[in-house]
Design a protein around this ligand. Structure first.
Ligand code: GLY
Length: 364
């Protein structure tokens, strides 16, 4: 699909093509694209689009990569997320398979080392009933291409998911920032958007920016930016999650460790993270002591050596939830505006697949 081929201006109720065939030929050489949102999806799309010759400007209301991409633990873990075949599971598996090349290419393009590990994951059962449920789930997951095998963890029944992996999302955004810079992407931070029009222009307090197409990839803030645009789109709801971390001896935890909604992952540096919660509180950034204490108690039960060790970092952030939990990567009506949001619990996992789709749609 070609971005500008589908661009129309709406004037006095009449829709007409924004570009003549002659201007389209010129624009094909240098596509000017605005990206709203400098998280993993926005920066990743900008990097890919710039690699393919587009002239890209990225806007973010705050610093690049400081929202969900900064909050996330970075689990690339279909074994803990997809329990039966679905479109989302298929997307997730495809994106997981893209990760080794995605990380390698980004490291090469940026010179930044990315903490990525195909560690596998262990999911623990605390009772016979939980163990039986894990077995039943594993049989359904096999149909999605998610392998697992029975094992023990601290004498408890468990399952090992060999293909689950993890990545440090802060490394990804750091690398993307450099890679984008090297590719000539214009990154405008602390530059909130005040308006986006159907012809692809975006407004900030500093003026108006032309573009043959605009991509909105602003996570939980995306819906609010699209209010004036045509076409159906899902409403995004922020779902807050808290995490905590401790600086521990590197190599202490091999695979990701999980039980129910508790997960733990250790960075190469030794920092061990535990999460999480699902809270429907809007965009409230206040740290909730009750939620934090609950995560700590759950983490101590799963990994007893944490008992009595106060976490050194505590934070929260907002997952972009949409009904159906399938990310929405689409054009807004017949406008020059596209959106990629609603990745909910799997934004880091789904990034390579999303970025590839965006580049395909906008530059085909
Ligand atoms: N990906 C796990 C979470 O959103 O908590």
């Amino acid at each position: 699909m070609n971005g500008y081929r589908f661009c129309f201006r709406e004037e006095a109720g009449v829709q007409k093509p924004a570009y003549s065939p002659a201007s389209a030929v010129i624009l094909k050489l240098v596509e000017r694209i605005n990206v709203v949102g400098a998280g993993l999806i926005g920066l990743g799309s900008a990097w890919r689009l710039a690699q393919k010759g587009a002239e890209v400007t990225v806007f973010d209301a705050r610093d690049a990569g400081c929202e969900a991409s900064w909050t996330a633990a970075g689990m690339l873990a279909p074994g803990g997320e997809f329990f039966e075949p679905s479109e989302l599971a298929t997307l997730g598996m495809r994106s997981l398979a893209m990760y080794p090349d995605f990380v390698r290419e980004l490291e090469e393009d940026s010179g930044v080392t990315i903490d990525y590990s195909r560690s596998g994951a262990i999911e623990v059962a605390y009772s016979d009933a939980e163990a039986a449920a894990l077995e039943t789930r594993a049989a359904a997951q096999k149909l999605c291409g998610i392998p697992s095998e029975a094992c023990k963890h601290d004498s408890r029944p468990a399952r090992f998911f060999p293909e689950d992996a993890h990545v440090d999302p802060r490394d990804l955004t750091r690398a993307l920032r450099v890679a984008c810079q090297r590719r000539g992407v214009n990154l405008l931070e602390n530059e909130p958007i005040t308006k986006i029009s159907a012809d692809g222009r975006v407004w900030t307090a500093n003026g108006v920016n032309a573009g043959s197409v605009t991509l909105v990839a602003a996570g939980a803030w995306s819906s609010a930016l699209l209010t004036d645009l045509p076409g159906p789109r899902p409403e995004v709801i922020p779902v807050r999650g808290h995490l905590i971390s401790w600086p521990l001896r590197a190599g202490l935890l091999g695979p990701i460790l999980r039980h129910g909604s508790t997960y733990m992952v250790q960075r190469r540096s030794g920092v061990l993270l535990a999460g999480t919660t699902r809270e429907y509180v809007g965009f409230d950034r206040t740290l909730d002591e009750t939620a934090l204490a609950e995560i700590q108690a759950r983490a101590e039960e799963l990994l007893p050596l944490l008992a009595g060790q106060a976490p050194t970092e505590r934070w929260n952030g907002f997952r972009p939830f949409v009904e159906g939990e399938l990310p929405w990567i689409s054009q807004l009506g017949r406008s020059c505006v596209w959106a990629a949001y609603g990745h909910y619990r799997n934004g880091i996992l789904l990034a390579p697949e999303t970025i590839q789709r965006v580049a395909g749609y906008l530059l085909a």
